[in-house]
Ligand binder design. Structure first.
Ligand code: TYD
Length: 222
């Protein structure tokens, strides 16, 4: 069964400014008359929040890479079926801060589990559905980590404690994904000013969402 909504995800390494970009995009799309759901994984779904606590707990130093990938996929599944799919079926534009590509870059590439292997478990999790458009906010790992270092209010989670070389691998992983999914993933230079980033994203969306709402590429999960 297809739906009428439009599914956008925002991706990037630590400190790329994803959440700010997503909030600006939400306001801009709403101003153009779209009904928008802004969400982030795990997005306030209690089951997924519980899984997230296990994932980000700094005490869980011994977590195996595959366990980590499976838990992210499980949390994604619950958030997807409980929140994303119903909104898409109502014809909304869904804007999600991180989705499958985070797992592909962090677990698939940086952890070395394999992009294809992680894609496979995520296909199982979402029934094969992929975003219509993904914005990759591209910032060098050094600049990104510097930005989050300045934000003292930010909670330091288990993945933030990874080495600089891990974050470099995450960045390389995203660049590989950009090559692999050139139609879906759009690179945005995250060193730009926020207003410029918004303009760049909106011009992509105006071209791709022409004629919306009506029939998008994604379909409901199993
Ligand atoms: P969060 O605080 O949501 O990160 P951010 O503010 O950077 O978006 O923490 C999520 C962490 O989990 C972040 O370090 C990225 C990581 N992550 C994965 O490794 N795989 C995934 O599939 C997702 C969704 C997140």
């Amino acid at each position: 069964m297809s739906h009428r909504g439009f599914f956008i995800t925002v991706e990037g390494g630590e400190g790329a400014g994803k959440s700010t970009a997503a909030r600006m995009l939400e306001r801009a799309l709403a101003a153009e008359g779209y009904e928008v759901l802004l969400t982030r994984e795990p997005g306030g779904i209690p089951i997924a929040e519980q899984i997230r606590q296990v994932l980000l707990d700094r005490e869980n130093k011994g977590m195996d890479g595959r366990t980590e990938a499976l838990l992210y996929a499980a949390a994604r599944r619950q958030h997807f079926v409980q929140k994303i799919v119903p909104a898409l079926q109502e014809g909304k534009v869904v804007l999600c801060d991180r989705f499958i590509d985070s797992s592909l870059a962090y677990q698939g590439y940086a952890r070395g589990l394999g992009i294809d292997e992680v894609l496979e478990i995520n296909r199982f999790a979402t029934g094969g559905a992929m975003p219509d458009v993904t914005f990759f906010l591209d910032i060098s790992p050094e600049a990104g980590l510097k930005r989050i270092g300045k934000d003292k209010s930010r909670e330091v989670n288990r993945l933030d404690l990874e080495s600089q070389s891990f974050h470099k691998l995450v960045h390389e992983g995203y660049k590989l994904l950009l090559k692999r999914f050139p139609e879906r993933i759009v690179r945005i230079d995250a060193e730009n000013e926020p207003d410029k980033i918004l303009d760049l994203m909106m011009s992509v969306l105006r071209a791709r969402m022409r004629g919306k709402p009506s029939g998008s590429g994604t379909s409901s999960p199993e």
